[in-house]
Write a protein that binds this ligand. Structure first.
Ligand code: FAD
Length: 408
């Protein structure tokens, strides 16, 4: 598969591969015994152990020193200023090259919802001065707190509210599903600040940067999802948690715009990692099928094995081109909301089929923890729900089609 990337981007990918080889793999090697056993990755409560947390922080800090961690942060904020095509290519390459066996490698680059990002262009001077450098250096992390128990697909059902109190805001409510929620130092909390506008689904939401050490902020529980004995997602409550005015990111009552800018990047990221992991799974299957023989013949020679893999590779190329197309439009200054939605639907659904087919090609071996294929399937199954479910994105596209616009 050719990416037809320019030479500078190829060099960037090459540099990142060398960084992972030098900084991540030796750490993994030293922790081999821990990483091979989920009971040693998580503590009894289901949180990452201190050893895992330390390793992840060290990787973030080393990547920040090397300039990889913050490469997608705009130059105005001191980042590398890399655009959407680079974002797509970097995440695709990370997941393709390292697969699920080397998941610590994914901490080498900041994700918009858990680390520094362009969203902080909208932060106050104080936040940019006091908080942002800690995120940029990989010392502190963030979580994105939009969803609630009764507000998932329909975010207008949000009940978390912020009311004026002195020179700031008092926030009350419960947030659910926050990735990195159990560990984050700061939460970007979305709350209703104008109940009337929100009830009319016309705005009235604001985004607040809340230190997770503030009184009233509490991680209520960890959400363990299928196949994991620990968690990266949390339910969090805020009870009369106070933040000053300048904790608002973006402008008052316009938090939704900020959230949407982030989710488009998120959909591109999820497209890239779906394609990357699918490619890795397909290559794993092909390698195995060339050496595994039954009835005196390598199984790759049976069309019952090879044709489904060919079909998946055809679909995968389509998904990949869709992701790149959305990224190129974003770099050209277009919003690419529809194209990013299409890329995310296509890539996540193709990934489900591709990884499943790879498991089938490996027979019983495909089910073992040794090859990590089922871990990849688990990882990507969640993405058909998170970050705009497949149905909600189709709903968005119906709206576009009804206006007569077929995005081509
Ligand atoms: C692993 C994971 C990580 C997440 N991380 C975050 C995070 O960091 N921050 C955050 O804020 N949120 C996060 N989320 C929440 C995620 O955004 C929501 O799960 C998602 O928006 C769906 O909401 P829901 O789970 O409440 O499902 P619901 O909204 O209850 O939907 C249930 C089902 O009905 C379908 N459905 C709903 N409405 C319609 C409709 N009109 N037409 C057709 N089908 C419909 C949905 O597609 C879904 O299949 C995460 C979720 C997961 C699983």
């Amino acid at each position: 598969m050719t990416l037809e990337l320019d030479i500078e981007l190829e060099e960037l990918l090459d540099g990142l591969r060398r960084f992972v080889t030098a900084e991540v793999l030796p750490r993994e090697e030293a922790m081999q015994e821990v990483l091979a056993d989920p009971r040693k990755i998580y503590d009894e409560a289901g949180r990452y152990t201190q050893q895992i947390m330390d390793a992840r922080r060290e990787i973030r800090e080393a990547a920040a020193e090397a300039g990889f961690y913050q490469m997608f942060v705009p130059t105005e904020l001191g980042g590398g200023g890399q655009g959407a095509v680079a974002l797509y290519a970097v995440w695709e390459d990370l997941y393709h090259r390292w697969g699920m066996a080397h998941w610590l490698a994914f901490d080498s680059v900041a994700h918009w919802a858990t680390g520094p990002s362009q969203l902080f262009l909208e932060a106050s001077d104080r936040v940019q001065r006091e908080v942002f450098p800690l995120l940029m250096a990989g010392k502190k992390t963030l979580c994105f707190a939009m969803s609630e128990p009764d507000a998932g697909s329909d975010l207008w059902m949000m009940t978390t509210s912020a009311r004026r109190d002195g020179a700031g805001w008092r926030i009350n409510g419960t947030k659910q599903w926050m990735t990195n929620g159990p560990y984050a130092d700061y939460a970007l909390v979305f709350a209703v600040t104008d109940a009337e506008a929100s009830a009319q689904r016309k705005g009235g939401l604001s985004a607040f940067l809340v230190p997770t050490t503030e009184p009233g902020y509490q991680v209520d529980s960890l959400i363990k999802i299928y196949g994991h004995i620990g968690s990266n997602e949390a339910i969090v409550s805020l009870t009369d948690t106070w933040v000053p005015d300048d904790a608002i990111l973006g402008s008052l009552n316009n938090g939704l715009q900020l959230g949407l800018a982030g989710t488009t990047l998120g959909r591109l990221y999820n497209s890239a990692r779906s394609v990357g992991l699918s490619r890795w799974a397909l290559e794993t299957a092909l390698e195995y099928a060339k050496v595994r023989t039954t009835f005196g013949t390598p199984i790759i020679d049976y069309q019952g094995v090879s044709f489904p893999l060919v079909d998946r590779s055809i679909e995968l190329l389509g998904a990949h081109l869709m992701g790149l197309h959305a990224a190129r439009l974003l770099d050209a200054g277009r919003s690419a909301v529809a194209e990013a939605a299409m890329a995310k639907i296509c890539s996540t659904e193709v990934a489900g089929r591709t990884i499943d087919q790879a498991v089938q090609a490996l027979g019983g071996m495909g089910l073992t923890n040794e090859v990590h294929l089922t871990k990849a399937w688990q990882e990507l199954r969640a993405v058909r729900i998170a970050d705009g479910s497949a149905e909600i994105l189709r709903r968005l596209l119906v709206g576009r089609l009804q206006k007569g616009a077929v995005p081509l």
